[in-house]
Design a protein around this ligand. Structure first.
Ligand SMILES: Nc1ncnc2c1ncn2[C@@H]1O[C@H](COP(=O)(O)OP(=O)(O)OP(=O)(O)O)[C@@H](O)[C@H]1O
Ligand SMILES: [Mg+2]
Length: 246
């Protein structure tokens, strides 16, 4: 299948036992650029990213990739082209180099190609000096850089990032944003964030989720003069930020 250019969700609902995590979501995005998902904690951002990354199946509704309804076969073949970076990434109990190279090795790439790509991401993410360090010896910011480097090294067709810069200092944050922007010049990035300033810096479009529903979607201008009370409070960082009672 050609590179991913378009994903559509049609009436997607996701239920977990007694929780309605996503409620009839309709969403379209295509091409390159940074598409951000924001909303209060528990709104359904991670669930939506996992559905888009084909890691979770909707309870109801359909997903189309390049206008083709995703079935099990297609899900399987697309999984290698879709890469998601999780909010709380898990690593092997080994060093930085091994953690970054693992995904390439299981793809059976030639070893010189593997090393070339690893050298490149180590440099871009400022990890050269940490290459032989054990993951357990790294700071949170360093681990987050490894987590992103490990995704970028796979050169996926689309990247899904779940709050990739949460808890980062400005320097690490700017390394990440630069790389996200650079990737997004040719391929799509879909990411959740709680950082409004980050949206202004790097997002092309933004979707606001609350309590499993898509409240608004559009250019980042929707955050400038929000009509919706929930978005207004979120942007202002008021009390509604930490719950779903918008
Ligand atoms: N595996 C699961 N089993 C049961 N409930 C779940 C599961 N995953 C998510 N949920 C519920 O679905 C809702 C949405 O969760 P989700 O993790 O998508 O929110 P979020 O917007 O990513 O929140 P945060 O900003 O805190 O990361 C929550 O009520 C959560 O408790
Ligand atoms: Mg989440």
């Amino acid at each position: 299948m050609a590179a991913i250019i378009m994903i559509d969700l049609k009436n997607v609902t996701k239920e977990f036992s007694d929780t309605l995590a996503l409620n009839h979501i309709n969403l379209h995005f295509d091409n390159k650029g940074v598409f951000t998902i924001i909303g209060p904690s528990g709104a359904g951002k991670t669930t939506l990213l996992k559905i888009l990354a084909l890691l979770l199946k909707p309870t109801k509704g359909k997903i189309f990739v390049n206008n083709v309804n995703v079935d099990n076969n297609m899900r399987h073949s697309l999984r290698r082209k879709f890469t998601m970076v999780f909010q709380n990434a898990l690593f092997f109990n080994s060093n930085v180099h091994d953690n970054i190279s693992y995904g390439l090795k299981i793809r059976n790439l030639p070893s010189d190609e593997v090393e070339k790509r690893i050298r490149d991401v180590l440099k871009r993410f400022g990890l050269i000096e940490l290459e032989k360090k054990l993951m357990s010896e790294l700071s949170v910011g360093q681990m987050q850089r490894v987590s992103l480097a490990r995704a970028f090294v796979l050169e996926p067709d689309i990247l899904f990032l779940d709050e990739p810069t949460a808890n980062l200092d400005p320097e690490n944050n700017s390394i990440m944003e630069k790389e996200i922007l650079s990737f997004s010049k040719t391929k799509p990035v879909v990411m959740s964030t709680h950082n409004i300033m980050q949206i202004y810096r790097i997002a092309d479009r933004v979707a606001f989720l609350s309590d499993g529903s898509l409240i608004d979607i559009g250019e980042k201008g929707i955050l400038e003069d929000p009509q919706d009370e929930c978005i207004k409070r979120f942007v202002a960082g008021e009390t509604g930020y930490l719950n779903n009672n918008c």
